[in-house]
Design a protein around this ligand. Structure first.
Ligand SMILES: Nc1ncnc2c1ncn2[C@@H]1O[C@H](COP(=O)(O)OP(=O)(O)OP(=O)(O)O)[C@@H](O)[C@H]1O
Length: 230
């Protein structure tokens, strides 16, 4: 699958997305028919209080978990109609992920953590290293290429995670409280750098947060309330 040309179609379209969980014999309807479209290059904040289902929604869009009903169309492809292998390919080619905790590979240095997802798409190693150093450099980490995650500060770790998420120029970046683990000043800076890079490469993003101030810095804010988006 190659990256589709920008046709003006949404990068992602969710239709009537629903997810329930059973807990101790009780059914909780977390998502009750979510409809959402995100355009090319659009950065959308997904705002909602703790427990409102933001992570559940991002997991669905990330094509990592089953158990959902409704439709997810990513880059013009109906994800629900794909087998597991094609879904993995779709995810690797079009999605990037940033979580609250960095989830970097502890035994690999910063450069390697950003190189690895590119190798999965058969990017030649040399090109992948150039791209990794370019991204890490743009995030102010030019002196940290050879550092492992444990040798980096929290803000630096999260910057490497941002570089890793953007390495393959995904059409859509999914970020779940990407700065939630950082102090306010560092969080502001990392969010600015993240938004600049996403905008600079023309990707779209869906960023879950419960922070109104952060949400206000994005192009559009959608609210998750009682399992639906308003
Ligand atoms: N695997 C699961 N099994 C049972 N219940 C679950 C599961 N995953 C999530 N839930 C429930 O779904 C609801 C939404 O959880 P979710 O993590 O999506 O919320 P959130 O808005 O991301 O919250 P936070 O901001 O605290 O991360 C919660 O009530 C949670 O307990």
């Amino acid at each position: 699958m190659n990256s589709p040309v920008n046709t003006g179609a949404p990068v992602i379209a969710l239709r009537n997305l629903a997810r329930s969980f059973e807990q101790g014999g009780v059914r909780i309807d977390v998502l009750r028919g979510v409809n959402l479209e995100i355009g090319q290059g659009e950065i959308v904040a997904l705002l909602g209080p703790s427990g409102s289902g933001k992570s559940t929604l991002l997991q669905a869009v990330g094509l990592l978990e089953g158990g959902f009903s409704g439709q997810i169309e990513l880059a013009g492809t109906q994800a629900g109609e794909l087998n597991a292998a094609d879904r993995t390919t779709l995810r690797r080619e079009h999605l990037g992920f940033v979580y609250q905790f960095h989830h970097l590979l502890p035994d690999f240095n910063a450069r390697e953590n950003v190189v690895l997802p590119q190798l999965l798409l058969d990017v030649p190693r040399k090109d992948a290293e150039i791209r990794a150093e370019e991204l890490l450099g743009a995030l102010g980490l030019e002196h940290r290429f050879d550092h492992r995650p444990s040798q980096l500060s929290g803000g630096e770790q999260q910057r490497v995670a941002v570089a890793r998420a953007l390495a393959n120029k995904p059409q859509l970046v999914l970020a779940d409280e990407p700065t939630g683990n950082l102090d306010e000043k560092t969080a502001d800076r990392v969010l600015d750098e993240f938004l600049d890079l996403v905008r600079g490469q023309g990707s779209s993003a869906l960023v879950a947060t419960h922070n109104e101030r952060m949400a206000a810095r994005m192009d559009r804010v959608v609210r998750l309330h009682e399992g639906r988006i308003s």
